[in-house]
Structure formats: C-alpha cells, structure tokens
Design a protein around this ligand. Sequence first.
Ligand SMILES: Nc1ncnc2c1ncn2[C@@H]1O[C@H](COP(=O)(O)OP(=O)(O)OP(=O)(O)O)[C@@H](O)[C@H]1O
Ligand SMILES: [Mg+2]
Length: 467
Amino acid sequence: MSVLLVEDDASIALVITAALEAEGFKVTCCDSIAERDRLLAANRYSALVTDVMLTDGDGLETLGAVRQAAPDMPIIVLSAQNTLDTAVRASDTGAFEYFPKPFDLDELVGTVRAAVGNAAAREDDAAEAPPAGLPLVGRSAPMQAVYRMITRVLRNDLTVLVLGESGTGKELVAEAIHQLGQRKAGPFVAVNTAAIPAELIESELFGHEKGAFTGAVARHQGKFEQAQGGTLFLDEIGDMPIDAQTRLLRALQSGQIRRVGGREEIAVDVRIVAATNRDLAPLIAAGAFREDLYYRLNVVPITLPPLRERPDDVPALARHFLQLAAAEGLPRRQLSDEAVTLLSNQPWRGNVRELRNFIFRLALFAREDRIGAAAIEPLLGTALDDPAPVEGGTLESAVGSWLRDHPLAPGAVYDAALAAFERPLFEAVLRQTGGNQLRAAQHLGINRNTLRKRLTELAIDPLLLQR
Ligand SMILES: Nc1ncnc2c1ncn2[C@@H]1O[C@H](COP(=O)(O)OP(=O)(O)OP(=O)(O)O)[C@@H](O)[C@H]1O
Ligand SMILES: [Mg+2]
C-alpha cells in the first residue's frame, strides 16, 4: 500500500511518513506540484496526501489533472489555510477527506487506512510494481524494500553503496539509479576496480598526461572525467588495492582529481555508486579496507537479498529469462507449474545470475516447449553440486556421452561443451586449493581475473569449495 505525500514542510512530512510507515504503508514524499505530477505519471499510489500551499503553487487548484489520471485514488488534503474556502475547494475536487492543520496524527493515519482499505481489495500488482522503467524483476517483500530505497536516492546525489552476494543484481541497481535519476542525461561509467592491475588503477580512475610513465604515449582521460555530469559506478570496491583506496578517498573528499603526471586539479561532478559482494567489516578489521573510505561510500546502503531468501521472485524471474532467451534466438519455452515450484525450491547459491544461466541452458536443452519438472531435474544436477562421476571412463567417452545427452542447437555446441568441461575442472582444482582462487589460477596456468570471470559466469562460488 503506497502513499504519495506532497508536503513542503519537512518536519511535518517526516512525522506523517513515520506514522504511516509504522502502519505498514510505503510512503513517497515530495514537496512540489511538478514533482508530484512526475511521480504520478510514473507510478501508481494507493492514496495521495497533499498540502495546499506548495513551493510552486496551489496543490488544490492543480488537482484536476490528477483526478483525471487516477480517478480511483483517494485524495486527502491537509491545510494550514483553515478557511471555509479551502474546505469547499477540497471537497470540490472530490477529496476523500480534508484536514485543517494542526490535525490529529492518529486520525490522519486512520483516514488514510480507511481510504486505502476501500481500494485495497482492488489494488492490483501495478501499485506494488517497481518504479516505472526499472529493469528489476521481482515483487517480493525484500525487493520492495530495495525499490523503496532506490526511489529515495533518485532526486539527490547521495553516494550509494550496493551490497549483496554475487549475482543478486547490484550492477542492475546501479544502472537503475542512474537511468531513473536526475543524472540520466549524463554518462553512466562503470569501472571494475578489482579487474584493473594495481599499478594502473590510478591512471584508469584519474587519467594520465602524455609521458607520465613508460607507455603513456598520449593523454588519457580517466573514468572520473568520463563520468562528468553522470554516474560513476565503482564495482567490486571491496577488492580495491589499499593504495588506490587512499587516492580514491582523496578524490571523493575534495571533489577534485589530478591526472597522473599532471599538475592541474580538475573539479569532477559525478554521482558515486559503489558495490561489493564482500563483507566489508572483516576487511576493515584486517586493515584491507579503509574505514574512512567505507564511511564516505556508505551514505545510503542498499542491500540486495540473496535469491534463496525471496523464492517468491523465482517464477517471475524464470519467465523473464525465458523471454530474454527467446529474444536472443533460443527456442520459446514455457514452464509447467511443477517446474516453477522445483525452481523456486533451489538454493541458487549464484543467485539471480545462476538462475539466469540455468534458464538459458534450459531453453537450449529442453526437448519440449512446455518444460516439466522431469526435464529440469537432470540439469539441476549440473547446476548444483557434483556431476555424476564417469567411473573409470576417459575424457573421450565422457565427451561422447555428453554430446549424446545434450542435443544442441547448431552454433551452441562449443560454448556449452566448454562450460560443461570447465565447471568440473574449476571445481576440482578449487577443492584442491581449498577455495583459494589465486592458487587455483596458478595451478591451472590462467590469469586470476580470467578465472574469476569464468567462475562468475558459471556461478561457481569458490567459498563453497573450501574444505
Ligand atoms: N531483479 C532482477 N531482475 C532481472 N534480472 C536480474 C535481477 N537481478 C539480477 N539480474 C540479472 O542477473 C545477472 C547478475 O546481476 P548483476 O550483474 O547485477 O549481479 P551483481 O550483484 O553485480 O553480481 P557480482 O557481485 O557477481 O558482480 C545479470 O544478468 C542481471 O541482469
Ligand atoms: Mg556486479
């Protein structure tokens, strides 16, 4: 049950919000008519609570359009103009109730409850839907809390720290904040601070002048400058080397950067959204993450719940990914009810990413258009723990039987086979190294970042392979 509160007196807005939220309402606040109309155009609310005298005009006079757009939405008018005129004008607009200020808070909450109560039974899903245009799927209660947080940071430039396990949608949230926020006309620049070699981070973030170091053959603009006027997404911030953290902190504190080898201080106007799947508290305790940087970044934390804590979202997500798969040219499939139930009960340790990959695999491998539980079970074996061992067999015989068991669309064989091969290989090596990725990469003879990337794509969690 969502309420739009239009009130330009911040302290009153706060008190009303707190009282309504205590009653389980989701409250969105704004202080102007322009903002009200923008919010109403993009969202549905169960009720509107509005003041009359607003920063940009008369909140009553302009209610006509609101009425037309949402004829069923109850409107509750608050006003310090305790005149009969206001009361009459309020009732003329078809307002549900009129409250002269000062009013009794409990009475107001009771009225909102009554107003919404009438409509509650009719209230359809759209009212609980994520902000319009949000690419995030899922309407479980934990995700509602996330959407609420997102809407709160759209009209400001507060720094946001997105937390959550790998694959929960942190990057998607960062993009949504940019796309729906006031900086959408500016660039969205993402930088994965863990994937850049330590010695290059400074130049990546802040740029460099020609000749600043060997190999700096031309002036280079860093990510901060590229993101001017827009949003800079600092991904995997928990893995950033400590030296780079110090420089980043300096830039955030001063709002200025200096290119490597440069003299000039350049003012930067960027909104920072950072993300990590690491638990920062132990990193701070161990001295691997700067506490002051943490406080700088953690202005508005948004924590994404793991998928296993919101199984209600699995059906919608699964269908969403089947549609995406079809849009990418894979066969169009549907899921039976048992299939949906089975999927909802999986632990999805790799979260939404694992579900996504699984659904794409399913779209590819399934033989029926309507996929039943029986078609899913064998694939779950490979999605989760150990695949069945090939007793005494050779790799050749394993490949042969794998190909027989997996009739693949033309063009899809190599990637699917590679994934099928890499999974047990990586898992076996990671088990040997007790989950240590660096040693696993050395043992395999591949780059650590390559391994990391593939593990993410295959939704393998090295922590689960610790002995
Ligand atoms: N709520 C959601 N609705 C639709 N797609 C989602 C949702 N959450 C995640 N996804 C999809 O799941 C995949 C993983 O999401 P994303 O890359 O944002 O995760 P992440 O939290 O950044 O993971 P990591 O910590 O590994 O970087 C992406 O393909 C993303 O589009
Ligand atoms: Mg990410």
